[in-house]
Design a protein around this ligand. Structure first.
Ligand SMILES: Cc1ncc(COP(=O)(O)O)c(C=O)c1O
Length: 432
């Protein structure tokens, strides 16, 4: 059941017309659908359940959308969380996430972040280098009796598989900064096992984002499974096999596997390693985009129509600071009128007010009709890596975030004010 649709020419999220939200909250605004979040989470979760007894934990990847209301909803559905900073762990705890369902990933964990995570008693660190192992050992030793258990570590390996996605979001290749080379993994596991304050609990990888095929996931699992077997023979007691996130969504013409197809592919790849040594492993997945991407839209208002000698421009009030994906990755986001008016399609670049040529939401796009000044547009598939990647560039306040549930809606992050923009800044005396 889709919750985003036109009803008599007006675009609705669940039972609320977007135009009403724009009128009450202003624009630009991100608008998320609770029912869509729930559907996406449950479909993904049950896709991993089907066809086998393997235990699993879905750790939603906070970086995709870290709004507290979104996190709270997902945690209430049973999600764990994948985090990459102290701030993300803080957010997860704020909404009542069970620390025993929090994993902590990322190549550059600072010691204060490690200490914070250890004090909270998280499920596992996904460790990306030898230096990080030593840092966790050092911090755990320092915290000593304050900790009830040893520091739980999974080692993230780099399986060197091509995720066949945009190079900026491909993470599982030898040339990427992520993970430990598979060839060095045994040595690092051995080193970790010797560190007195660490407990080796798992094996992890994440090969990239917006994957539209299952084969790279399967290739990665094949490499991980083989390594896991060797590690068990080496005497490590692995409890978790974390295969990261990465499942893509349709933005335009892409046809990514459904969660059911993904689940099936994962199971098939794991089946090759179903020996007694590995059957007790809990599978961890870290989906982000597939849960929230199509659960959010960015509503923006047309400010001006402008022509150059060769192009039409629709200038809107949302910009690259609000949604950087088109500028950063050249990503496609569909743009629909909030109220359909009919009329011939209109070819234009949809651009924001920022002083950069890269400030566009769409280029050479055929819009459903020629917008008028003041007309509302919805930028689709903006729930993931939208608000979380936004900034204050050009001293623009960050936009409001809204959540819809049924016929209700609420502002879940208010629009920033001018005072918010300068909070924390000081002019020292020597400046005058
Ligand atoms: C370690 C890790 N896990 C999970 C994710 C989530 O990826 P996606 O949103 O593509 O599912 C990312 C994204 O970069 C990541 O770096």
């Amino acid at each position: 059941m889709h919750h985003f649709q036109y009803r008599e020419g007006e675009l609705y999220w669940e039972d609320v017309p977007l135009a009403r939200i724009a009128e009450e909250v202003g624009t630009p605004a991100y608008v998320y659908s609770y029912a869509t979040l729930e559907r996406h989470f449950r479909v993904f979760d049950s896709a991993l359940n089907e066809g086998g007894p393997r235990k699993h934990l879905v750790c939603y990847s906070v970086k995709a959308n870290s709004n507290l209301a979104v996190l709270r909803a997902l945690v209430s559905f049973g999600a764990g969380v994948d985090t990459v900073s102290r701030g993300e762990i803080f957010r997860a705890l704020k909404v009542g996430a069970d620390p025993k369902k929090i994993v902590f990933s990322g190549v550059g964990k600072r010691e204060d972040e490690i200490a914070y995570a250890l004090e909270q008693g998280i499920l596992a660190f996904n460790v990306e280098s030898h230096g990080e192992l030593e840092a966790i050992e050092r911090v755990a030793a320092r915290l000593g009796p304050k900790l009830k258990t040893k520091a739980p570590v999974s080692l993230r390996v780099n399986p060197d598989v091509d995720a066949e996605t945009h190079p900026y979001i491909s993470t599982g290749l030898k040339k990427n900064k992520f993970g430990i080379p598979v060839a060095w993994a045994r040595e690092e596991f051995r080193a970790a096992a010797k560190m007195p304050h660490l407990e080796v609990v798992g094996l992890d990888c994440h090969i990239g984002s917006q994957l539209t095929k299952t084969a790279p996931f399967q290739d990665a699992i094949a490499r991980l499974g083989e390594l896991a077997r060797t590690l068990v023979v080496d005497g490590h007691r692995l409890r978790y096999l974390d295969i990261g996130g990465g499942l893509g969504i349709p933005y335009n013409q892409e046809d990514p596997p459904s969660p059911a197809e993904y689940g099936e592919a994962i199971r098939a790849a794991l089946a090759a390693f179903e020996g007694p040594e590995l059957s007790g492993l809990t599978l961890i997945c870290e989906p982000g985009r597939v849960i929230v991407g199509n659960a959010g839209v960015l509503v923006t208002r047309t400010l001006y129509l402008k022509q150059s000698e060769i192009k039409n421009f629709v200038i809107v009030d949302a910009a690259m600071n609000d949604l950087i994906r088109p500028a950063f990755y050249d990503s496609y986001h569909a743009i629909w009128p909030v109220v359909k008016r009919g009329g011939p399609a209109y070819a234009a670049d949809v651009v924001g007010p920022i002083c950069e040529t890269g400030d566009f939401l769409a280029r050479d796009r055929s819009l459903a009709h020629k917008p008028e000044e003041g007309e509302l547009l919805a930028v689709l598939s903006a729930g993931a890596y939208g608000f979380t990647m936004s900034s204050n560039y050009n001293t623009r306040p960050r936009v409001a975030e809204v959540m819809v549930k049924g016929g209700e809606f609420a502002v879940v992050r208010r629009r920033e004010t001018l005072d918010d923009l300068i909070r924390g800044e000081e002019i020292p005396k020597f400046v005058g």
